[in-house]
Design a protein around this ligand. Structure first.
Ligand code: LLP
Length: 401
């Protein structure tokens, strides 16, 4: 049991806390579901890019799914072997492509014909052969929030099957490209298995047709997206997930790669914030806390639900908005929820904050990024210092005056 009050006192608030045992258990649960099957679990670094978290997963033999050269460097720094690192994303700069080639990572995931041209040209300049995969858009509705849905043809991600085929043929005939993988990722926070399996079937049919063209795909990357429980959502059983994927791969000898982010870290994380004061405007009650949208933007950006609990025995409840100090009406953690009466310095815990919390934080309103703490086997340790004012301004130059 994590002692929130003690840790808030020790490290101050706002604060991110992560249960490293939970992270470990989730990763091992997924590894276990893949047991005996050719597979590679690549942690999606974007979900939480803290070095200590990546390092912890690296010791458990995770690979890494990265979307910028910065994330690739984080993965390498944390000891993830280069042959377990994938570089995805709809737009990569030339310098990112050449650096990824220099680092000799497992593969670069292409998302357009234009990108194939660039990777081929850069590999040629470097006199090397780029290992690539192609992200296919299976045009399947993942049944999740539209902002985190990525597998429909009106989304910017991936290419249509027919375009992918054309790209594979070009890559096969190129001296500087080695097409070894196929990739799809239909969305995040998926709570239904069916769209994933349907997509897997479509993409495995593509792999079969490529085989007939003597293009031998070795890595079948099913993306990330396994949802977690924020309140009462259904969740996907990982054993059925793995078995369902493999049921679509009959006759194919491929390594299945998956890229979970939220599933691994989402429910490991807690955001701790203190009550500054309460006020009422008309008959509307606000609880104003020291954390804000710049620390955890999911409620503002997606109207995402996070369970929010006050650590007190107060029984007197009424409706309230839980809001931060940032100068935006959209700066809230919850709206119109039943919440106990609070007093100055009461501690509030925002649950399921491990994924896309700290990694999406900003310095908006010149608010420092908060401290982060890990807890493993009952021991707590600082994994990120709180920003000082100097940290926030250190890259700015005073050019005028
Ligand atoms: N692979 C690819 C290609 C992705 O685009 C993503 C997430 C993942 C893997 C990891 O997905 P996960 O297992 O975490 O669902 N900021 C949003 C989520 C954005 C997800 C972006 N892509 C949120 O807070 O809900």
């Amino acid at each position: 049991m994590i002692n929130f009050k003690e840790l808030a006192k020790k490290y101050g608030t706002p604060l991110y806390l992560y249960d490293f045992n939970h992270i470990q258990d989730r990763f091992l649960e997924l590894k276990e579901a893949f047991k005996g099957k050719k597979s590679l679990v690549c942690y999606a670094v974007k979900a939480n890019s803290n070095l200590s978290i990546i390092k912890h997963l690296s010791t458990l033999e995770a690979g890494a799914d990265c979307v910028s050269i910065g994330e690739v460097k984080r993965a390498l720094l944390c000891g993830i072997p280069k042959y377990k690192i994938i570089f995805s994303g709809v737009g990569k700069r030339d310098d990112e492509i050449s650096e990824a080639l220099k680092e000799d990572i497992l593969m670069i995931n292409l998302e357009s014909e234009g990108e194939l041209d660039r990777v081929e040209a850069i590999a040629k300049q470097m006199q090397t052969k780029a290992r690539i995969s192609i992200r296919v858009n299976p045009n399947i509705d993942p049944k999740t929030h539209p902002y985190i849905s990525t597998g429909l043809s009106h989304n910017k991600f991936g290419v249509d099957i027919e375009v992918a085929k054309r790209m594979y043929i070009r890559a096969k005939n190129s001296e500087n490209l080695d097409p070894i993988g196929v990739h799809f990722h239909i969305g995040s926070q998926l709570t239904e298995l069916e769209p994933i399996i349907e997509s897997s079937q479509i993409v495995s049919d593509l792999v079969r047709s490529l085989k007939a063209l003597k293009i031998d795909i070795k890595f079948f990357d099913i993306g990330g997206g396994i949802g977690i429980r924020y309140s009462h959502e259904n969740t996907i059983d990982v054993k059925s997930y793995v078995d369902g994927i493999f049921s679509t791969l009959k006759g194919l000898d491929v390594t299945v790669v998956c890229e979970p982010g939220r599933f691994i870290v989402g429910n490991s994380g807690f955001f701790l914030t203190k009550v500054l004061y309460e006020k009422t405007n008309g008959d509307k009650r606000f609880v104003i806390v020291d954390g804000a949208m710049n620390d955890l933007i999911r409620p503002s950006l997606y109207k995402a639900h996070h369970d929010i609990k006050l650590l007190s025995d107060e029984l007197n409840h009424s409706k309230a908005d839980i809001v931060g100090p940032v100068c935006e009406s959209g700066d809230f953690f919850a709206k119109n929820i039943d919440f106990p009466k609070t007093t100055h310095d009461d501690l509030i815990v925002v649950h399921s904050a491990g994924a896309y919390g700290s990694s999406m934080a900003s310095n908006y309103n010149t608010r420092g990024k908060v401290a982060e703490v890990g807890v493993l086997n009952g021991e707590d340790f600082l994994i990120r210092k709180r920003d000082s004012f100097e940290d926030m301004i250190k890259n700015e130059l005073e050019c005028l005056g």
